[in-house]
Design a protein around this ligand. Structure first.
Ligand code: GLN
Length: 455
């Protein structure tokens, strides 16, 4: 009912299957009523979840918000989706995103525009903008997103919700349409830290179907949140403020006020707060925008007009594999996807490989080392999640202007570390996100700090 009432204006969903979701919710209720025999039910059984349309859902169209996948119905579920089904969370539907998760505003969807529920003239962030908007507009209490360069944390920030990018490799990528495989990280989105933790505990598990899945995914996030909420004490915790992301050019003063307000709350809870410099962060954005398109250009090579979705024959001339491929890709990919494919193939081409891709990989190592040495001095690192609040549609039409806003979120993806965004207040009536980062596999620290901050 809520979706019917508001999604016409918000546009969070690409596809809703209300009948199936209601039947699944009833089945979960029946299982709960049936009592204790058999498997204990997950706490969230029967609570519906919205799923970014980048996750394969068996029997339900999955498009990555691209025309090239229009009409494709996956014959299998992503492992994260299987986990939802096993825990009996009904899937409400598939949410909008920037095409193939390339973007930070959801304006790059081939199908529709998603609005920010706080101001319908503004972007909901991206690329998981549909998931964030569904949660912020009370259309769904929970959502799944993916974060390759900030696509869970930044939409959470600009919609006043909570989003977590877990440690790389702790939530399976199997069945998640690939953008940049060494960076892609599925994760939970919700309105509170506890809800996010409960969902994290469902999807965070080792998966033999994903070759980069870690054997020892951190577990028990919800228990961490409950303990932290009860104690509200961060005595002894060392919080490092990332000097390179602590305001200056490009940051809204209102965002910085909110950020510094949250730091004061952490200090009041007993944490020590000090500045920590990560000198190579200066180059992280540039390195990301070489590595990500390089990997994406390789991953998107599978959309050839033969195997999935769209197939377009050339308007004239011979019909060969090459001409069908060219016509299909010309019609099927949007501008942003084409831009990144061209950029990626260029930086991988003979003669440019070392200068661009090779250099970017070296920068990635330097960023990882910066984090490694920071963890010797601090337990968590913090920054604003995004330098500005939600902007108006069309305001960042220049791709570089949009890319630059990722400066705060990208370092975590290059390093494979976990990150959380949670609301720290409002600036000009719009939500501001506070970002917490922790060492690999120490996702529990995000939840401990987040729970105290939220309380
Ligand atoms: N905004 C970033 C980009 O455009 C991040 C995208 C993502 O995390 N999927 O690449």
């Amino acid at each position: 009912e809520r979706i019917s009432a508001v999604d016409g204006a918000v546009g969070a969903f690409l596809d809703v299957d209300a009948d199936k979701a209601l039947a699944d919710a009833d089945a979960a209720d029946a299982a709960r009523a049936a009592g204790r025999d058999g498997e204990p039910l997950n706490e969230l059984a029967g609570v519906p979840v919205a799923v970014k349309d980048l996750f394969a859902t068996r029997g339900q169209a999955t498009t990555a918000a691209s025309r090239i996948l229009q009409g494709w119905v996956p014959p299998y579920d992503a492992t994260a989706v299987t986990a939802l089904r096993e825990a009996r969370l009904p899937i409400l539907g598939k949410t909008n995103l920037d095409e193939f998760a390339m973007g930070g505003s959801t304006e790059h969807s081939a199908f529709k525009r998603t609005a920010n529920p706080w101001d319908l003239g503004r972007i909901p962030g991206g690329s998981s903008g549909g998931s964030a908007a569904a949660v912020a507009s009370y259309e769904a209490p929970l959502a799944l997103g993916t974060d390759t360069g900030g696509s869970i944390r930044q939409p959470a920030a600009v919609t006043g919700t909570v989003g977590v990018k877990p440690t790389y490799g702790t939530v399976s990528r199997f069945g998640v349409i690939a953008m940049a495989s060494s960076l892609d990280t599925p994760g939970p989105m919700a309105r509170t830290v506890l809800d996010t933790a409960l969902l994290h505990d469902i999807v965070g598990a080792h998966d033999p179907l994903d070759s980069t899945s870690l054997a020892d995914a951190p577990r028990g996030m919800a228990a961490i949140v409950r303990a932290a909420r009860a104690g509200r004490d961060l005595t002894g915790l060392r919080v490092g403020v990332i000097s390179e992301l602590d305001g200056g050019e490009g940051y809204d003063p209102g965002v910085m006020d909110s950020f510094h307000g949250a730091l004061a709350l952490l200090e009041a809870a007993g944490a020590s707060v000090e500045a920590v410099s990560l000198p190579h962060l200066e180059y992280a954005l540039d390195a990301y925008y070489l590595i990500m398109p390089a990997e994406a250009s390789s991953n998107l090579a599978r959309y050839d007009g033969m195997r999935y979705g769209l197939r377009v024959e050339p308007a004239s001339g011979p019909v060969t594999a090459e001409t069908v491929m060219a016509a299909t890709r010309g019609a099927g990919f949007g501008d942003e996807a084409k831009r990144r494919i061209i950029l990626g193939t260029h930086v991988l081409s003979a003669g440019y490989y070392d200068a661009y891709y090779g250099s970017a990989q070296k920068v990635r190592t330097l960023v990882q080392r910066d984090f490694a040495s920071a963890w010797e001095r601090t337990d968590v690192l913090v920054s604003p999640t995004a330098p500005i609040t939600a902007y108006r549609f069309g305001e960042k039409d220049d791709p570089l202007a949009m890319y630059k806003l990722d400066v705060t979120t990208i370092p975590a993806n290059l390093a494979g570390i976990p990150g959380m965004s949670l609301p720290s207040g409002l600036s000009g009536g719009l939500p501001v996100g506070f970002q917490i980062l922790a060492p690999q596999r120490a996702d529990d620290r995000l939840y401990r700090v987040g729970a105290v901050l939220e309380a």
